[in-house]
Design a protein around this ligand. Structure first.
Ligand code: SAM
Ligand code: SF4
Length: 365
């Protein structure tokens, strides 16, 4: 089958996805063009902003790839006060970002559950209910997810990191706190509660193959996610995975592979929200805009106060770490337009896929 025919398939299978992820030169451009067309037809050219508040780098886990893992004693730990978080949310609201994302290291405790509940209610109150809230706070029990949902959060991001059980085991410590099945269970519970649920993977991990990445895309389709955020894996010198740095694809190739993953996913899951991950920009200054061109429709500008940004270093070269939020907004606005996008200021930009999924469920009831 010709490459063009593959791109026009309604439901490409693994072999076709592998061909998309292997595309080079003209085929690669065809892939990006097709993804851009699908995006425009299915979810429009609108790009939605989510103001990202990385409110704490304190984490109880030890993922081998992550710079803020508990075992990294070189990271200065911080935890924004509630006032600082609400201030950042107010800033996002004033700038007419439709939503905020609260992201942090993973903590599980009754006090933490209560804190997030209070923050969600506070964000709803200060914005008169206008700001949408996405949480990205790792694995929690179902009751906690439920309480946060009832407090106003309506989207949750929990990357599976890789859908391959063996690879998952290699990039995490072998204990009950880093369990593949638990992560999957959390994803199911989030959907059952009614969140718009998002997942994603890191691209270019050691031991990862194109076939495994194609499996990751199929996994996303099978669990029927509403949104995806995925970007290149970027090494960090104070993490256990750093010793495999010589076996990685060069950064430029990891970047291109990440763009191809975005484009292939847009063709596979036409109406979901796809975020252009910040990690794209760590490799290429125009990385997120290229992600938009390849099929993404969400950007998460960082609204964390500049003072703390250097300490949320998941990987090396994390962009915009020294800047104040305003610098990011000015550059982003122009760049999105250059990438043929149109910003949906003040809009939640909910996943169309989610809307259809919920309507379908209601009809069945
Ligand atoms: N602690 C929560 C969790 O793990 O879901 C949320 C914060 S965590 C820092 C957010 C994401 O950062 C992870 O899901 C992971 O994919 C990504 N990340 C961590 N280390 C990375 C690295 N070295 N390169 C690229 N992405 C990384
Ligand atoms: Fe903690 Fe998330 Fe980093 Fe894992 S990826 S160490 S859970 S912050």
């Amino acid at each position: 089958m010709g490459f063009n025919d593959i791109l026009l398939m309604d439901d490409p299978g693994k072999a076709e996805l592998v061909r998309m992820l292997s595309a080079e030169n003209e085929d690669k451009q065809l892939l990006f063009d097709r993804a851009a067309r699908v995006k425009e037809e299915q979810v429009s050219r609108k790009v939605y902003f989510r103001g990202l508040i990385e409110f704490s780098n304190i984490c109880s886990k030890n993922c081998y790839y992550c710079g803020i893992r508990k075992g990294n004693t070189k990271t200065a730990r911080y935890n924004l006060s509630d006032d600082e978080i609400l201030h950042a949310a107010r800033y996002a609201h004033e700038k007419r970002y439709g939503s905020v994302v609260l992201q942090a290291g993973e903590l599980r405790s009754p006090a933490f559950t209560r804190r997030i509940e209070k923050l969600c209610r506070g964000i709803k109150e200060l914005s008169g209910g206008e700001l949408g809230i996405t949480l990205s706070l790792g694995e929690q029990d179902q009751d906690t997810y439920q309480r946060w949902f009832e407090s106003g959060a309506h989207r949750y991001l929990l990357r599976i990191e890789t859908s391959n059980r063996e690879l998952y085991r290699k990039i995490h410590p072998p204990d009950e706190y880093h369990d593949f099945d638990t992560r999957n269970r959390c994803l199911r519970e989030l959907q059952d509660i009614g969140y718009q649920s998002g997942t994603g993977v890191m691209i270019g991990l050691p031991y990862q193959t194109i076939e495994r990445l194609a499996d990751d895309l199929i996994f996303m389709k099978e669990i029927d996610v509403d949104m995806v955020g995925m970007g290149p894996y970027i090494e960090h010198h104070d993490t256990p995975l750093y010793r495999f740095r010589h076996e990685l694809l060069p950064a430029g190739a990891r970047f291109q592979l990440a763009l191809k993953m975005i484009a292939a996913l847009r063709i596979l899951m036409k109406d979901i929200n796809i975020a252009a991950a910040t990690a794209l920009q760590a490799i290429d200054p125009l990385g997120r805009e290229k992600g938009i061109r390849a099929g993404a429709n969400v950007i998460m500008p960082n609204v964390t106060p500049g003072l703390y940004r250097n300490d949320y270093a998941l990987y090396e070269n994390k962009p915009c770490t020294d800047e104040d939020p305003d610098d990011c907004l000015d550059c982003l606005d122009a760049r999105v337009q250059l990438a043929d996008g149109e910003i949906g200021y003040g809009e939640w930009g909910d996943s169309k896929h989610y809307m259809k999924r919920i309507q379908g469920q209601n009809k069945l009831q």
